[in-house]
Design a protein around this ligand. Structure first.
Ligand code: NAP
Length: 322
């Protein structure tokens, strides 16, 4: 078993995330020679599609969403390795068919038994999917590794985030779980870490003697577009602030981590989060502002009485020596 070989299994492979982010990312990874030769992608969706139709859809999505040229040789490599499996996640009986299919691909066609499960589905589907992976011993197999990747939203509030973690932790160990915030891969965000911790000029100045305040702004160009079903229930605070912007704040203001390893980075971020001053009632009125862009209630799929915030501004204080 080549440790670097991999079979990537995407649940929700006909959806927006797969077309917009995952396939462009795979194309870029292959272009940069970061994918192994024994790589296969099994896309799982509910719609009836032939393999060729599915590959065609992914190529169209790639052309629309990639920020680089689609390179023919790179796409040919990927297209040869893309497969489509139709199933309904809600139907428990269909999982046995999926696992038979995986076994067949492994035993007869030499697919890698290193499984990367990517849940590109709404979080209310996570529990059932990971339970089935566990029940069929796929989450902890003997002849390869299994990893689970999920993206935000990690719940709607603290309790639902705990529930979600409980569900996935029943099937996967912490070191198998990858909670992805694709925002952190943006070059500008990556540069903050480099600027702060690899550069001896800035670090001694990075404190309240030299910096009065830090403003982090994210402006989105488009409106809600076709995402009203998701966005109107979520709002700007949960969609952007709670995840991407708190992560950015943490990287900007945290103490230097012991190393740039994931665990050390996480520990420094958690410490910074614990130093944020919580709002009391009076502060939440003066330090938090919500707004809604003009015309939002006229957008397709949005109620004309919606009070969902499309704008959020928060003043935050950090109580530490820095
Ligand atoms: N889109 C993004 O850029 C983005 C960014 C960050 C996080 N996310 C998160 O990623 C998740 C997926 O988002 P998305 O935008 O890709 O959603 P989406 O476009 O609605 O896609 C959902 C996918 O799940 C499939 N699906 C749903 N129920 C199913 C079932 N019972 N059986 C089989 N397949 C089923 C859909 O299949 P059908 O097409 O056949 O219905 C589709 O492939 C969400 O939690 C979202 O919040 C998305």
């Amino acid at each position: 078993m080549n440790i670097n070989s991999c079979t990537m299994i995407i649940f929700g492979a006909t959806g927006d995330l797969t077309h917009r982010k995952l396939v462009p990312a795979l194309h870029q990874l292959k272009w940069g020679c970061h994918l192994p030769e024994n790589f296969n992608l099994i896309g799982i969706g509910r719609r009836t599609k032939t393999k060729d139709e599915y590959i065609h859809d992914l190529l169209e999505g790639l052309k629309e969403h990639t920020n680089m040229e689609v390179e023919q040789a790179t796409w040919d490599y990927l297209a040869k390795r893309i497969h489509y499996f139709k199933m309904d996640f809600a139907s428990e009986t269909e999982y046995s068919k999926l696992f038979e299919y995986l076994d067949k691909k492994k035993n007869e066609e030499g697919f890698s038994s290193n499984y990367l499960f990517y849940l590109a589905v709404a979080p209310d589907k996570f529990g059932l999917i990971v339970k089935n992976l566990k029940d069929h011993n796929i989450s902890d197999q003997q002849d390869g590794w299994s990893r689970l990747v999920i993206e935000k939203p990690f719940g709607e509030d603290l309790q639902t985030a705990y529930n979600l973690n409980d569900e996935i932790s029943k099937a996967f160990r912490e070191d198998q779980i990858y909670r992805i915030d694709h925002y952190l891969a943006k070059e500008m965000i990556q540069n903050i870490t480099m600027l702060r911790f690899q550069n001896t000029i800035f670090e001694p100045l990075w404190n309240n003697a030299y910096i009065d305040n830090i403003q982090i702004s994210v402006w989105e160009k488009g409106g809600v577009g076709s995402r009203a079903g998701y966005y109107d229930k979520t709002g700007a605070l949960r969609d952007m602030v709670q995840n991407h912007l708190l992560q950015t704040l943490a990287i900007t203001a945290m103490e230097p981590p012991k190393s740039l390893d994931a665990d050390d980075m996480r520990d420094s971020k958690v410490k910074l989060m614990s130093e944020l001053v919580l709002y009391d009632k009076s502060k939440s009125k003066s330090d938090v502002v919500f707004g809604q862009y003009e015309g939002y209630q006229m957008e397709s799929g949005v109620s004309n009485e919606s009070r969902t915030e499309t704008f959020a501004a928060l003043k935050l204080f950090i109580d530490n020596h820095r």
